[in-house]
Write a protein that binds this ligand. Sequence first.
Ligand code: NDP
Length: 454
Amino acid sequence: MKVINPASEEVIAQLNATTAQDLSQIIKSLREGQKVWGKKSVSERLACIIRFGELIQENLEELAHTLTSETGKPLQQSLNEIKGAQNRIEHLQHHAEKWLAPETLVNSGNTHEKIEYEPLGVIGNISAWNFPYNVGYNVFLYALVAGNSVVYKPSEFASLTGKQFEKYLWQTGVPKNVFQCVIGTGELGQCLLEQSLDGYFFTGSYKTGLHIAQAVSHKLVPVQLELGGKDPLYVMEDIPDVEQAAINAAEGAFYNNGQSCCAVERMYVSSTIHDEFVEALVTEVNSYAVGDPTDLKTYIGPLTRAQQLEVLKDQIADALNKGATLKTGGKQLDREGYYFEPTVLVNCNASMKVMREESFGPIIGIQKVSSDSEALELMKDTAYGLTAAVFSSDRKRALQVLDQLDIGTAYWNCCDRVSPNVPWSGRKNSGLGATLSAQGIRAFVQPKSYHLRP
Ligand code: NDP
């Protein structure tokens, strides 16, 4: 399988793809390995994960360059991601033993009732390329600590990084028959669905997620889906500093080239501050350094996948046809690599694709609103339910809006943010189940209840 650098369009590596036959053997060996791994203590398993985190940080520079070379993520953002993902490991270090410990609920007289948490077995992790450290760690590290073995299929656009995970996990003492990274395209993902696994944990698009849920439904095993979003931001007129709000909003929309599941994908701005806000936002967006992702000053690199360029062009053409105004950007850069200009559209409305369909690129649509109720109705009008944000100096007023939305995560005066302390989950077309926090580790175990009569 060829790995292409999206900044140069050059083939930078060729990897042996895993075949369907290899996959059957791998899963057989993972099943054997899990029997031993699942019996180890949580602290023994955790020790490997902690060492893994150390190895990753020791090799930070090299790993960041690998990530940048295959995804086009600006190097500074690759460094940020790898450093930031370490917080999952610290969180596990502090809490995993407590979360996985047996619980005694009743122990009086002749009644003893307790719960033990047993691993699921062999789980499949089909992952995305946009934040391979964050979304990978959310699944495979938690699964390993909980005593499962893991077959990890990175996206074909993050395969080199996936292979690094495998290399360093093995170095820490995680056996080869407990973690395996398999290499291939969606076809290999499809082969995984045909294997007998004890759980499927997927990060990716709604379309593929739905397909996976349907394809494995007859197995009656846990299926968890972390899918896309069309996350709204509502900027109220009472914000203390319009310019700062615009800078923060732009970061929420354009960080990682807009290729974040929880990127701000549409903005609603109070009419009284709309023009001032848009001006500040456009100034900020125009100040972004666009170019070579290996340059530490670059903020916008190439898109990871060439095909997304067409999605962006189509959304812009559709918006302009329906009455939107282009404030900046709007086209692919005339150079090698999958570069697209950071783009701001105003006078948008809910009939436009840019306000309804996931853009997953450096483009934002803005709509003027004149009341909280109007903003709320527009924010609600979506098939997705990942996150939503409100910028306001009035917490009560912001929460009145956020409380009424069918979303997994609500942000007041922040956005595009994930923390290991709280569950990460999507509703509606944004997914099923949760990662992170105590709930995130419970996803990888099954409770066994004991009723014991002494
Ligand atoms: P895709 O759905 O295209 O791919 C996700 C994974 O599924 C990849 O590993 C892919 O392989 C694999 N795959 C493709 N077809 C099949 C199939 N038939 N059976 C099994 N596996 C298959 O998503 P993207 O890679 O484009 O990821 C971007 C999407 O992920 C966005 O919608 C984004 O919002 C979402 N996402 C959600 C997150 C969340 O936490 N909610 C976090 C990060 C991203 P291959 O790539 O090799 O084709």
